[in-house]
Every structure is written in structure tokens, then in C-alpha cells.
Design a protein around this ligand. Structure first.
Ligand SMILES: [Zn+2]
Length: 237
């Protein structure tokens, strides 16, 4: 079922969707414990990356000094600025809408109407409660509504939402809702299987447990589709 006749069959020049206007806050009512939107201050983007790095470095330096470290040591003196840069330019660059990957859709000219599964997408993110990593595999699937997306874009979307302090439940929903918006279909599934360093390296120090979260939209809420998806990803592999 074609929705837009303006889409041509010419590859690589189709429809660019700006993800910065995603309407993902709709999920809020159903998940009262935590908004699907990352809690951000109104002035979150009033400062540049460089200003943020310059502001974070002395704070991190203060933490190290309070812990008793001697910042005059060659090995340590570069750490505050290094950490500040890593936060702003790498680990948490997924805050900034300008870093949203552009999403290019193509017409589903093969008329492939079964589910497409991209499994074992590696992701690294950081727990917003402890600021230590959690990481693992994301598995995403969709059933085309007439449009398809470049496979690497699925990885990019997972990466984008991973690059901010996260909780796994929210990360899973953000990816699912974003895919629904981009692909213009409810028929999207996401499953994430992760190890949390805040569970394994501290606290209960449980090294063997994994955390699994899922998002099933549209046809994926049907038992048959759900089971098919789970069979494909076979997370016990
Ligand atoms: Zn944690």
C-alpha cells in the first residue's frame, strides 16, 4: 500500500526525515514511572560543546582532588579535560539534536512484505543513575508500510540514542518510537539485551545477569509475529 506517490524508484534520493521533531513524548502517559523523553533542561543547548567542555573540566578536577588525587602527576593532569571532552564529544553527544542521523527512506520496490530483522547491533551507553556503562546487543525489526530504510541507519539510530545517560527501558522505547516515526508504521519491534556495570562491578557484583527489555508495536503485538521475531534473534545464541 503506497502512501506517497511522490516517492520515486530512484535509489538514494528519496525522503530525508529530520528526527529532531520526533513526537516521542506521546508514550509518557503509559509509562508514568519515567518519561520516554530524556529529562533535559530548557537551556540544554544554549551553550556550545566547547563551552560545556571548559565548564565540566574544573568540576571533574575538583572531584579527583576531593578524592585525594594529586593532579600535578603527569598521568593525571590531563584527565579532567580528557573526561570533559569524552563526555561532550563522544559518550553524550546524542543529546544534541544536530547529531541526529539523517534518515533516508526508499520505496519498497521489491514488495518485500515480511519482517526485516537487524540483529546483534552492538551498543554502548551509560546508566544515568551511576554514570557507568551498560552495553550489549540491540535487535530491531519492522514490517514495511511501503517504505524501507538503509540497514546502517538502524545501527545509527541505536547509536544516537545510546549516546546519552540512559536507562535501558527508556532507550528501548526511544529507539522503537523513533523507528515508528521514521518508517511511518506501528509495526516495529526492539529488543535489547545488556550487561550493566553498575550491577556487575559494584553493588551486588552480579557478573552473570543480563537485562532484557522489549518494545512491540503494531503487528508485533500479535503472538505469531512476536514469536517469529524472537525466533530470528534467538538471544540465547
Ligand atoms: Zn546504574
Amino acid at each position: 500500500m503506497k502512501q506517497k506517490e511522490t516517492l520515486s524508484t530512484t535509489p538514494l534520493k528519496e525522503q530525508h526525515i529530520d528526527l529532531s521533531n520526533l513526537l516521542i513524548e506521546e508514550m509518557g502517559d503509559e509509562h508514568k514511572a519515567s518519561s520516554v523523553e530524556t529529562p533535559l533542561r530548557a537551556d540544554a543547548f544554549d551553550t556550545t560543546d566547547e563551552e560545556k567542555i571548559a565548564a565540566i573540566a574544573p568540576h571533574f578536577k575538583a572531584i579527583m582532588e576531593i578524592l585525594g588525587m594529586d593532579l600535578r602527576d603527569d598521568s593525571l593532569k590531563g584527565t579532567p579535560l580528557r573526561v570533559a571532552k569524552m563526555y561532550v564529544k563522544e559518550l553524550f553527544q546524542g543529546f544534541t539534536p544536530v547529531n541526529m542521523p539523517s534518515m533516508t527512506l526508499f520505496e519498497n520496490k521489491f514488495q518485500y512484505n515480511e519482517m526485516l530483522v537487524e540483529k546483534n547491533i552492538n551498543f554502548y551507553t551509560n546508566c544515568e543513575h551511576h554514570f557507568v556503562p551498560f552495553f550489549g546487543k540491540a535487535h530491531v525489526a519492522y514490517i514495511s508500510s511501503g517504505k524501507v530504510i538503509g540497514l546502517s541507519k538502524l545501527n545509527r539510530l541505536v547509536e544516537y540514542f545510546s549516546k546519552r545517560p540512559q536507562v535501558q527501558e527508556r532507550l528501548t522505547m526511544q529507539i522503537g518510537k523513533a523507528l515508528q516515526t521514521v518508517l511511518q508504521t506501528q509495526d516495529v519491534a526492539v529488543m535489547m539485551d545488556a550487561k550493566h556495570l553498575c550491577v556487575s562491578s559494584r553493588g551486588v557484583k552480579d557478573d552473570s545477569s543480563n537485562t532484557i527489555t522489549s518494545f512491540f508495536g503494531g503487528k508485533f503485538q500479535e503472538e505469531k509475529r512476536k514469536m517469529e521475531f524472537l525466533k530470528y534473534i534467538d538471544i540465547n545464541e
